[in-house]
Design a protein around this ligand. Structure first.
Ligand SMILES: Nc1nc2c(ncn2[C@@H]2O[C@H](COP(=O)(O)OP(=O)(O)OP(=O)(O)O)[C@@H](O)[C@H]2O)c(=O)[nH]1
Ligand SMILES: [Mg+2]
Length: 406
């Protein structure tokens, strides 16, 4: 069962919570209604702002589909709308919302995912318009969900939980509105709903501060570890999710890092050593991938991990050369690195997956991305790896090579 039904997920209500009012079946039968091929059925919804490029929009929606798959769901319908700007109250227009409602009912699908982030009130209003029994999730919620299901180490778990709680905090408002409506007094009266909200916020804030403290301690340990590695040449592998960073790490260092054809396969980055035949050592660090519209809470939480990568002597940007949105991917990565102030470092661009492109595409890419800072490789097949290692060697100043044990 995918993460949509995972129990430890704070966004996830048990799958049976969406009671089908017309259904005569008991709960267990109901679950089948929401599933297709053993996966949770999902409707995806996109809003293209007029003027925004169609390719960009299509790519974003295709990516949302892949995110859904990566989370263990199955897209059964897609709904698009073009508007000048989102509707403040419900994000999409009333007509579209009605259309969505009828698809939900027809398909017996109770999970709807929007490609853009919804404001807390928009999410609430859409849920209300859809009858109150449909899960409305946005892209950030989905990404956080995937991260939650993938985190393995204590550090990644803390980072993800922190990001989830920060995301959830402003969305608590309204969760208890039904209680307020039932019991609340006149304007300004503090009904039990509001009290509940306050209690929840307090619990949440307490947990957030505990997690921040824990993360601070882990960062301290990281700094100590970094001190030990001082003097050893360091290379960080950064790039869009699914570009092949972990596969490249494996190809270079036999690291056996998990690489998989799903988005956000890596959340617990590894550092591995490579030894040149001359005995020179280089440390390679894998990192969490980027994606467009990455929830900023996640970036914040993973900042320390990424900042460490940013201190490397060389940053290698790994990109999937066979991907039609290669250029967008590179832009997203550059923008994120800039945002994290990881920019002044020496950079290499590694265009990966060359085994998947034909000669014409290859020629086109070599025209567009040329220069000494670009290396074409296939991490899967192993082509270009030696060239990449030679290139890295060129950047290693002899004096910075340390013989410290790692
Ligand atoms: N054909 C081909 N596939 C590749 C190559 N490199 C990686 N892949 C595949 O691309 C998918 C993603 O690879 P990963 O190494 O997990 O990518 P990543 O950048 O670490 O992804 P995240 O950890 O999700 O950010 C896997 O299915 C790999 O087998 C390559 O050179 N050629
Ligand atoms: Mg990876």
């Amino acid at each position: 069962m995918g993460v949509f039904a995972s129990e430890n997920n704070i966004f996830r209500k048990p799958i049976g919570h969406c009671k089908n009012r017309d259904s005569p079946y008991p709960r267990t039968k109901l679950e089948i209604v929401y599933m297709q091929n053993g996966k949770e059925k999902i409707i995806i919804v996109g809003l293209r702002i007029l003027g925004e490029s169609i390719e960009f929009y299509e790519e974003s929606m295709a990516e949302l589909g892949r995110l859904v798959e990566s989370a263990g769901g199955e897209v059964i319908a897609r709904l698009d709308q073009s508007r000048e700007k989102p509707v403040p109250a419900t994000f999409i227009g009333k007509g579209k919302l009605d259309e969505l409602k009828s698809i939900v009912e027809m398909e017996k699908c109770y999970s709807v995912i929007f490609d853009d982030d919804l404001k807390p009130n928009q999410k609430r209003n859409i849920e209300y318009a859809l009858g109150g029994e449909v899960k409305v999730i946005d892209r950030s919620g989905l990404i956080l969900d995937i991260f939650a299901s993938r985190a393995k180490t204590a550090e990644a778990k803390i980072q993800v939980e922190l990001a989830q709680l920060e995301y959830l905090r402003p969305r608590l408002t309204g969760m208890w509105e039904h209680l307020s409506r039932q019991y609340g007094g006149s304007i300004g009266a503090r009904g039990p709903g509001e009290k509940q909200l306050e209690t929840d916020r307090r619990v949440l804030d307490k947990r957030i501060s505990v997690l921040r403290r824990k993360l601070g301690q882990i960062e301290k340990q990281r700094r100590v570890r970094r001190q030990h590695r001082k003097g050893v040449f360091r290379v960080a592998l950064l790039g869009y999710t699914n570009a092949g960073k972990s596969t490249l790490l494996n190809a270079i260092t036999n690291a056996r890092a998990f690489a998989g054809n799903k988005l956000f396969a890596t959340l617990d980055p590894r550092t591995r050593v490579y030894r040149y035949t001359t005995g020179r050592k280089v440390l390679f660090t894998d990192t969490v991938g980027f994606i467009r519209k990455l929830p900023h809470h996640l970036v914040e939480s993973f900042r320390s991990t990424l900042a460490e990568a940013g201190e490397a002597d060389i940053i290698i940007i790994v990109a999937d050369a066979s991907h039609p949105a290669l250029r967008d991917h590179l832009e997203v990565v550059s923008a994120e690195l800039e945002r994290m102030e990881i920019d002044g470092r020496r950079r290499l661009l590694v265009l990966n997956k060359t085994d998947l492109i034909d000669d014409t595409a290859y020629a086109e890419l070599t025209r567009r991305y040329s220069g000494p800072e670009v290396v074409f490789v296939s991490a899967k097949i192993g082509t270009g790896i030696d060239r990449l290692l030679d290139k890295i060697l060129e950047y290693i100043p002899t004096l910075s090579v340390s013989e410290n044990p790692i």
